[in-house]
Design a protein. Structure first.
Lengths: 18, 243
């Protein structure tokens, strides 16, 4: 399930400071 | 000028910049076009899917950086977006028609216009019915003279849906929903208190939007199964999330 939603998870969880 | 509730001002502040979205989408289409040059001209449907995909990116970014949503845990954020992405996508298209569109044509996110009769002549039954019901909804919202402020509120109403199941912080979502409704009601009373029941009409339009979005998802899923939707993108991921 985690893998299925990888892109949305990444977009929501990305770190703006990096 | 009518007094604008503080929350409505905040919602407007969160609204994505239309010009930026237009530039991002046009750039993405040009990149894809270069990639496709070797494989022949992409179909209009594929291009529209890419526009939808780019709009989804902007919707996720809007939600991520918006008031209230930032306070939610990642799992709840995902559940809310999985539940309403197609409504937000349709609302993006529909609000553009209401605010800047012309009768008889579809104003795309890139600023280009498509004749509705052109779409009808190429569309099957499902798409024709979707376009027609979409047009009727545009007409209703146009008659209600829904403005940018109200669309900004409606987006938040759609996002903070307390009916989404298995939310960790259901209470928070419920309280945000109540605050949004309150702000929208206050705004509509300030701007159009002479129009009885306008707020109720707006909420009715929302349920029509939800029903349309279910149809649109089913339509896209069928197209995906027949291999017509471009792969490996956010649109596909969202389409799979509920199934």
């Amino acid at each position: 399930k985690k893998k299925d939603n990888a892109l949305l998870r990444y977009l929501l969880d990305k770190d703006d400071t990096v | 000028a009518p007094r604008m509730p503080q929350l409505v001002k905040e919602f407007l502040r969160c609204d994505p910049d239309e010009l930026q979205l237009r530039t991002q989408t046009t750039t993405r289409l040009l990149q894809e076009h270069a990639r496709w040059e070797k494989h022949g001209e992409p179909s209009t449907f594929r291009l529209l899917c890419l526009m939808a995909d780019q709009t989804l990116f902007s919707i996720v970014e809007w939600a991520r950086t918006s008031i209230f949503f930032k306070q939610l845990k990642l799992n709840d954020q995902m559940k809310l977006l999985h539940s309403c992405w197609s409504e937000l996508l349709l609302l993006d298209i529909i609000s553009r028609q209401v605010l800047c569109g012309k009768e008889g044509s579809l104003l795309l996110v890139t600023g280009q216009e498509m004749g509705l009769s052109d779409i009808d002549s190429h569309a099957g039954l499902t798409l024709t019915s979707l376009v027609q019901r979409g047009q009727e909804l545009v007409e209703k919202l146009h008659i209600l003279k829904v403005d940018r402020q109200e669309f900004a509120c409606i987006k938040f109403l759609i996002l903070f849906n307390p009916d989404v199941t298995l939310l960790e912080d259901h209470q928070f979502v419920e309280s945000v929903q109540a605050q949004i409704e309150g702000a929208l009601l206050e705004y509509t009373l300030c701007t159009s208190s002479h129009l009885l029941g306008r707020f109720a009409h707006l909420l009715l339009c929302l349920s029509e939007l939800r029903s349309l979005s279910t149809l649109a998802e089913d339509y896209l899923y069928c197209k995906h199964l027949s291999g017509e939707v471009p792969c490996n993108n956010l649109l596909i991921e969202m389409l799979h999330a509920k199934r």
